[in-house]
Structures are given as C-alpha cells and as structure tokens.
Design a protein around this ligand. Structure first.
Ligand code: AMP
Length: 311
C-alpha cells in the first residue's frame, strides 16, 4: 500500500497504476479494449465498518483503489467539532491495508488549501434543506473539496455512503451539471447489530446517550414496516412523520434538529396529506438529532416498488 501526503506524489502513484493491466475489458465500437479503472473512497478518517464497506465495493469494482483521509475544515461551521473531530491515523492505515487499498492520500490542510481559496462550488436547491439548512455553508465545503479531490485523483468511480443521502444527491447533481467524468456509486448504510448507523461521531456518545440513540433507527425501521404493510401503507406523510417524531420523543435525551420526508434524489417536499402508497417516486425519511453536543444523522430510503408492491 502506497501512502502519499502530497498531490504530486498522488498523481504520480495513480499514473503508475494506470499503466498496469486491468481486471475488466470494455466493448467500444465492437472492439474489446482494456481499461484500468480507478475507484476512489473519500473520507474524513477514524475509519469504521461503514467506510470499510465502501472500500470493499471499490475493491470489487475497480483495479486500483484510492482512499483519502482528510478532515476538511471548510465544511465545518464556526461552532462545530472541527478541532475535536476524532483522528487515528495508525488505526486508519491498518483498516486500509486490511481492505486491500492501493493508495492512501493523507494531505495536510496546507497541501489541500495552499493559498486562500477564492473558488467554491455551490449546488443550489438541493443544499437548502436538511443538513444544508442546519449547517449553512457545509455543502459548499463538501462539493468544493470533493471537486478538488476528483481533479487530483481523476477516478472512474467514486464511492459514497447513503448514510449521507443528501451528500449523494448533491454530488450526483454536481457531477452531472459539470460533466465530471466519474460515476458516483451510492453504498448502503452499515449499522451496528442493534441498529445504530455507524459514524465516527458515535465515540462522543455517553453510554446513556448511545442507548437512547437507538430511537433513530427504531423510528426508521417502523417506517419501513409500514411501507411494506399493505394495510398501513395508506398512512399519510403527516402520519408517518408523527410516528417518527413520537418514537424519537420517547428518548428524553434526544433533541430533534429535523425530521423530513422528501423525494430522492430530488429532495422535494411531499404534501402532508399525501398517502405513502400514492407517492410516485423514491422517498427518504431523514433525521438529524442531537444527543448533548453530538449531532447524529440517519435516514431510510423507500424505493417506489417497495411501497407499491403490497398495494
Ligand atoms: P466521513 O468520513 O464521515 O466523511 O464519511 C466518508 C464516507 O463514508 C461518506 O461517503 C459516508 O457517507 C460514508 N459512511 C459513513 N458512515 C457510513 C455508514 N454507517 N454506512 C455506509 N457509509 C458510511
């Protein structure tokens, strides 16, 4: 595994890998060509099984797997947890090695932002709700750093977790709008055995908060049950929201930031009186809930076919 900290070294290492052979062949105008594919997994480190699942998917689909670990300051607000964000480089490198990553990119802030940045990428509309509303400027930080990383790595495939469903929608929009030559591969949410979605921020939780944080996944699993139940998928969006809210409110330590039910990936709001079974698109139910100073997010995606299959 090659570990690089500078952009020039990263480009060099990738160029060398691209000259190697390939595990897949491609048909182009009737001819079979060999193409070396690069899969990219951007992270902020403190790696867990959620990150590992992205590396595994990348390992499966690409010839070369590049992992980046960078806690990106420009996506944190002034009162957020940039300074206390958990870090453990040695452990992260072990995880990367175990997952068969080829190249790890570990830049410093100075390497990523050597001069005051005057260019930002802003995706409109999709960034105005959910975490975009609670964390002003957050998504500009995300799209800007991801665009920079894409320009450094030039990946064919880039892997992102549906844990951050809005991020997937925003990045997909950016890639399409700017004709970036990369395919975004969304990967399913990885959870603990008891349902809690894995997150680097879970380490902040006290034992009591950790226990109560289970209301997030529990409330979302109830939505899944309702959507799959022919007798109950006539619930309205309002009723679904109420159900989620009352489940979360059963935890005295939970401080709800938002509960939203939107189309996915368009992130358009649904009418409260609309019945689940009448919605013609995929839906996400997305939550952000604070436990003390720790803000957790989670979501569930209901694919149209799932909701309608029991009608
Ligand atoms: P982060 O290090 O939190 O910025 O996350 C890096 C990538 O890992 C993002 O694409 C996240 O969506 C993804 N990720 C984080 N947690 C999970 C999880 N529990 N399941 C699947 N993907 C995840």
């Amino acid at each position: 595994m090659i570990i690089v900290r500078e952009v020039a070294q990263l480009r060099q290492a990738i160029a060398e890998r691209r000259q190697l052979g390939t595990c897949g062949a491609k048909e182009v105008h009737g001819a079979t060509i060999q193409q070396h594919t690069v899969g990219f997994v951007p992270t902020m480190g403190y790696l867990h099984e959620g990150h590992a699942s992205l590396m595994q998917k990348a390992r499966e689909m690409a010839d070369t797997v590049v992992l980046s670990i960078f806690v990106n300051p420009i996506q944190f607000g002034p009162n957020e947890d940039l300074d206390s964000y958990p870090r453990d480089e040695a452990r992260d490198l072990e995880v990367a090695r175990r997952e068969g990553v080829d190249i790890v990119f570990l830049p410093t802030v100075a390497e990523m932002y050597p001069q005051p940045t005057r260019t930002k990428i802003h995706v409109s509309a999709l960034t105005e709700r959910l975490c975009g509303a609670s964390r002003p400027g957050h998504f500009d930080g995300v799209t800007t750093v991801v665009a920079k990383l894409f320009n450094m790595v030039n990946p064919d495939l880039a892997f992102f977790g549906m844990k951050d469903a809005q991020q997937v929608a925003v990045l997909q929009q950016m890639v399409t709008d700017l004709n970036m030559n990369v395919t975004i591969v969304p990967c399913p949410i990885v959870r603990e055995a008891d349902g809690l979605a894995l997150s680097s921020r879970n380490v902040y939780l006290s034992a009591e908060q950790r226990e109560q944080a289970l209301v997030l996944s529990r409330s979302l699993f109830k939505v899944r049950e309702v959507s799959e139940d022919g007798a109950r998928n006539t619930f309205t969006i309002h009723q679904i929201r109420q159900m989620v809210e009352s489940t979360i409110a059963s935890s005295p330590l939970a401080d709800i930031d938002y509960i939203e039910i939107l189309t996915f990936p368009g992130l358009e709001p649904l009418l409260p009186e609309q019945r689940l079974s009448d919605v013609k698109e995929d839906i996400i139910v997305a939550l952000a809930v604070k436990f003390g100073n720790t803000r957790l997010i989670d979501n569930i995606r209901l694919q149209k076919a799932e909701v309608l299959s029991h009608v």
